[in-house]
Design a protein around this ligand. Structure first.
Ligand code: AP5
Ligand code: MG
Ligand code: ZN
Length: 215
């Protein structure tokens, strides 16, 4: 199963991807996570990416495409994967199509997680993430039992640098201008599925599995 997750910042792409990883052992390829790892490692790529991420802008396609191509060639992608946060504009979607055809792969679905615009700000300002295992929490909707500590692994929770109000606003604008048009792109290919991204995370996950035809 090869899936692209579509949805605005804060829609719950990462949250649902992690549940798919747990249940179906598909690798999650999150370009945001890969870029944040490069930033944390202090690599050249990370340094280049950080200035764009801090402004809420897209990192240049040349940087992201190389990273994705390298990842898709790894053995664990043969059985499928979940692309989370990629592609992000039409140029990336076209480049992905080329990449996939050269690897003899094709997408099964582009699954859109739809959340009303007004809910996204609170989701993003409230998000906390575990430094050790990546588990996501939300101080408003799904807090950890102990503040600042991961329920799963006792790791430290942190707030993403780009989850500040001004940066979130820019990310949402960039999404509307550059990423939202991908719905049309994948509709033309006839592979769009969608779920309402509001309600409990488990309920949404049931819908996700049912839309994808997974048991
Ligand atoms: P990226 O990391 O991809 O961020 P994003 O698209 O802005 O999306 P988020 O990760 O913020 O949201 P999400 O949908 O994953 O939501 P989550 O599950 O965490 O990108 C960051 C930056 O990297 C970009 O701005 C750009 O600079 C760069 N970048 C990345 N990819 C790129 C690319 N391809 N090209 C160029 N640049 C790129 O959930 C959010 C919160 O809501 C959490 O707290 C969660 O607990 C909570 N939540 C989840 N579900 C529910 C629910 N049902 N009810 C209540 N709360 C919920
Ligand atoms: Mg995410
Ligand atoms: Zn943890």
């Amino acid at each position: 199963m090869k899936i692209v997750l579509l949805g605005a910042p804060g829609a719950g792409k990462g949250t649902q991807a992690k549940k798919l990883v747990e249940k179906y052992s598909l690798p999650q390829i999150s370009t945001g996570d890969l870029l944040r790892a490069a930033v944390a490692a202090g690599s050249q790529l990370g340094k280049e990416a950080k200035s764009f991420m801090d402004k809420g802008e897209l990192v240049p396609d040349s940087v992201v495409l190389g990273m994705v191509e390298e990842r898709l060639k790894k053995d664990d992608c043969k059985k499928g994967y979940i692309l989370d946060g990629f592609p992000r504009n039409t140029a990336q979607a076209e480049a992905l199509d080329k990449m996939l055809s050269s690897l003899n792969m094709s997408l099964n679905a582009a699954l859109s997680v739809d959340v009303p615009f007004d809910d996204l700000m609170k989701r993003l300002t409230g998000r906390r993430t575990c430094k050790s295992c990546g588990q996501m929490y939300n101080v408003y909707f799904s807090p950890s039992k102990k503040e600042g500590v991961c329920d799963k692994c006792s790791g430290e929770l942190y707030q993403r640098d780009d989850d500040k109000e001004a940066t979130i606003k820019r990310r949402l604008d960039v999404y509307n201008a550059q990423t939202a048009p991908l719905m049309e792109y994948y509709k033309k290919k006839g592979i769009v599925k969608s779920v309402a991204g509001t309600g409990s995370i488990d309920e949404i996950f049931k819908q996700v599995c049912s839309e994808l035809g997974l048991k």
